[in-house]
Design a protein around this ligand. Structure first.
Ligand code: ATR
Length: 273
């Protein structure tokens, strides 16, 4: 039996185990996907131990996506993004970033072509960095807006055709935009949007990375403005699909993984804390 897993702290409410195990069942792969919560100072021992035990692959989540950088080989994209969410142990442990491809595939799945598009990205944290590179590598011009403006400006220096801004000018920044992505935690288990309602138009496609709730305040406002919407479960799905395909070498059963994810999310209480 092959073992895959997720390292994070905390990982209690992770949807990755049911999503990946549904894929194993569908394809008849004898494998399990389990969560681990090492103390932050035990990360290096956890990676070495996982390698020694023959664990085939690990995902990384908060707080380990950056901390793991010096502990593994890096592929080119993970190195550029400066964050790892997927490690494979085939040979030397190597870190990849499937959040970027996850965002690209979520957009593609909705027939959104970002080549030549004007994209506004809110957020410059780990997820924001991956999405900024995904958008730029797919040919978009990326306007990065972040609460801490310096973080956006700094990220923009590393991303082709990008500029960095604070959140104050969102109305202006969105005036001619084609695509808007929220990569902040705003809207997670709270009825709040990072974008003024009046900045949303039917010309936009709006993607959120927040998936609890599935329809965030931002996506509700966008839908009511007539914009296209892509909820946060799509990026979660496709980063998992990418990790699955990298680890197993097989095409992922996307439908089954998607149904499992959405089934899990719809079974949760939608009430805000
Ligand atoms: P992740 O890895 O999930 O991206 P992160 O690196 O902590 O997490 O980044 C969180 C992002 O959400 C950042 O862009 C953060 O803005 P700052 O760089 O100014 O901290 C943004 N964020 C979090 N809470 C926010 C809030 N209340 N309003 C606006 N932006 C917020």
């Amino acid at each position: 039996m092959d073992v895959y897993g997720l390292l994070g702290n905390p990982v209690t409410h992770s949807l990755s185990p049911p999503m990946h195990e549904a894929a194993y069942r569908e394809l008849g792969i004898d494998a399990r996907y389990v969560t681990f919560e090492p103390e932050p100072e035990a990360l290096e021992a956890a990676i070495t131990g996982a390698d020694a035990l023959g664990i085939r692959g690990l995902n990384m989540t908060i707080p380990f996506k950056r901390e793991v950088l010096p502990l593994v080989e890096l592929d080119e994209l993970a190195d550029r993004i400066g964050a790892v969410n997927t490690i494979d142990f085939d040979g030397r442990p190597t870190g990849h970033n499937t959040d970027a491809a996850g965002a690209r595939r979520a957009l593609e799945h909705h027939d959104v072509d970002v080549d030549g598009a004007r994209a506004v990205l809110i957020g410059a944290g780990g997820a924001g960095r991956a999405i900024a590179f995904a958008l730029a590598d797919a040919g978009a011009t990326v306007t990065i807006a972040n609460r801490t403006e310096e973080r956006a400006v700094e990220l923009a220096t590393a991303v082709p055709r990008a500029t960095g801004h604070g959140l104050d000018d969102l109305n202006d920044l969105l005036a001619n935009a084609d695509v808007l992505v929220n990569a902040t935690s705003v809207g997670m288990e709270e009825d709040r949007s990072p974008v003024p309602t009046e900045a949303l138009t039917r010309h936009l496609t709006v993607m959120d990375i927040v998936y609890r709730p599935l329809e965030t305040r931002l996506l509700r406002d966008a839908r009511e403005a007539g914009a296209g919407t892509i909820d946060g479960a799509w990026m979660l799905l496709f980063q998992g699909v990418e990790a699955f395909e990298r680890w197993t070498g097989q095409e992922a059963p996307v439908e089954v993984m998607n149904e499992t994810l959405r089934g899990e999310l719809s079974g949760e209480s939608g009430a805000f804390k």
